[in-house]
Each structure stands twice: as C-alpha cells, then as structure tokens.
Design a binder for this molecule. Structure first.
Ligand SMILES: Nc1ncnc2c1ncn2[C@@H]1O[C@H](COP(=O)(O)OP(=O)(O)O)[C@@H](O)[C@H]1O
Ligand SMILES: [Mg+2]
Length: 259
C-alpha cells in the first residue's frame, strides 16, 4: 500500500526497557480509516504500542510513521537521513492522535462541558464559543446532552468514560487509540460505553487502534484483528475469521480464556 494511504506504519520497531525487549523489530501497518484490534495476553506489548503512538515512550530502534510522515523521527541535516524526533516535532505530530484509557482522568473541579472544551481552546487555539458548540454536539453523540453542566464526580463510571471519549474526539484526531476502555467499569456499565464507541466507529471515518478483551465489540468494529504474544504478531486476519477459526494454538487458548 502507498505510504500516504497508511495512517500508521511501524518499521522494524524495537522497544526495550533495560535488557527487557518488549517489541522486537515489529512491522505494523494500519490503513487510513481502518479499524484494528490488538488482542493477546497481558504483557504482550499492546499498551506499549499505543504509548509509543501517544509519544509517552520513545522507540529504542526502528521508525514509526504516521499519515505517511516520520513520527518518531524527523529529517536530519544529512539529506535522506532521519534523526530521533525533537520534543517540538513530537508535540506537533501527537495532535493527530487521540487516546482513551482505562482511567478517565477527568478534571473533577470542571463541568463536563469544560472538560471537553479545555484542550481545543488551550492546545488548538479554538475560540471558546466554537469549542463549546462542538463539545455540545459531541456530548450529544455520546448520549450526555443533559449532563453538560454536571461535575464528573456526580456521574457513573460509564458516563465519565463517555465524557472522556467526547474529550478525545474534541481534538479532531485522525487516529483514535482505545486501551481497555471498559476494564475499570462495573459490568452493567460496559454496554453503554461500547455502544457509544460502535456509534463513533460507524458514523466517522476515524482510524481506530483498539485494545480490548470484549470480543463481541472487536468483531463489530474491527476490520482486522492482530493477535500478539511476546511483542510479536503471531496471527492476524479479518475479525470474523480470526475469532471463528484461529489457526494458532496460542490464539485458541487466549480466546478460550477471555470468552
Ligand atoms: N515503564 C516500563 N518499564 C519496564 N517495563 C515495562 C514498562 N512498561 C511496560 N513494561 C513491560 O513491557 C511488557 C509489555 O507491557 P504492555 O505493553 O503494558 O503489555 P500489555 O498491554 O499487552 O499487557 C511487560 O512485560 C511490561 O512489564
Ligand atoms: Mg495493556
């Protein structure tokens, strides 16, 4: 696939902590608008991949490209040579990417609306009026139009996570990263959050990289599922195929453990 059609490309990416190698020469390509779910046992490197894209971690080796441009690196003084990205380069590039984590981390002293308005005003420089208009639309999309003035602490965990989704979308990301967004929720609150995300997936053309143990959700939203083990992709394929007829024994064992 031509580079410019790729939202994300990991080119032989290695990530080490000390002498512990988490990712070992990982190649990974995600097309623009594609929905990809990463599955695999705890410790297999899924969160590390998302944290590298959020620029919370730096690669040890290899290069990450986003939207056809170097992301972890930038052009150096020697033509054709890339050097590790500066903070400034990273700050410019990370705006293309939004993330929702297990923990919602909303500002408790701010209203729901202000939580969503904050970053577009302070990071993107949008006017408050414009950001507030868009925040209301997004809060309606996540089913919280009636909670705009509430404090997050008055909301259920499911409602708080829906605010966090609206907050991420308010930055107009091209790529949305979801890391086990329902894992911290009481079981009865999981469905409302997954329903909102299904809606986002179906109503937008955003590129999705998702880590989840909710296989029904993965099947509904994903074009492709990647099974990780030990920092490597051991099996990948269309969601239905991989879930229904995995070829690898480790994939079968993993699916058996989460179903
Ligand atoms: N900051 C860190 N320092 C040292 N090891 C880390 C750090 N972050 C993650 N790891 C290790 O990297 C491996 C992969 O972790 P992670 O990407 O969180 O896996 P997953 O999300 O698939 O459960 C684990 O062995 C974990 O202990
Ligand atoms: Mg993880």
């Amino acid at each position: 696939m031509p580079t410019e059609d790729l939202a994300v490309r990991f080119d032989r990416v290695t990530k080490r902590y000390g002498d512990h190698t988490v990712l070992d020469g990982l190649d990974l390509e995600v097309a623009r608008g594609e929905r990809v779910t990463l599955i695999g046992p705890s410790g297999s490197g899924k969160t590390t991949i998302l944290r590298l894209l959020m620029t919370l971690e730096r690669v040890t080796d290899g290069v990450i490209h986003v939207a056809g441009q170097p992301f972890s690196h930038m052009p150096g003084r020697t033509p054709g040579k890339l050097v590790p990205a500066s903070e400034r380069h990273l700050a410019g590039r990370r705006r293309r990417i939004g993330m929702v984590f297990q923990q919602f981390n909303l500002f408790p002293h701010m209203s729901v609306l202000d939580n969503v308005v904050e970053a577009p005003v302070h990071v993107l420089g949008e006017s408050r009026d414009e950001a507030a208009r868009r925040a209301r639309d997004l809060l309606e999309l996540v089913g919280l139009a009636d909670k705009v003035d509430a404090r997050p602490t008055r909301l259920s965990g499911g409602q708080q996570q829906r605010v966090a989704i609206a907050r991420a979308l308010a930055m107009r990301p091209e790529i949305l990263l979801l890391d086990e967004v329902t894992s911290a929720l009481d079981p009865e609150l999981v469905a409302e959050v997954l329903d909102v995300l299904r809606d986002v997936a179906h109503r937008t053309d955003i590129t999705l990289l998702c880590v989840t143990h909710e296989m029904g959700f993965a099947r509904d939203v994903s074009d492709r599922i990647l099974m990780f083990d030990g920092g490597r992709i051991i099996e990948s394929g269309p969601a239905d195929e991989l879930l229904e007829a995995p070829t690898e024994e480790r994939t079968r064992a993993f699916l058996g453990s989460v179903r």
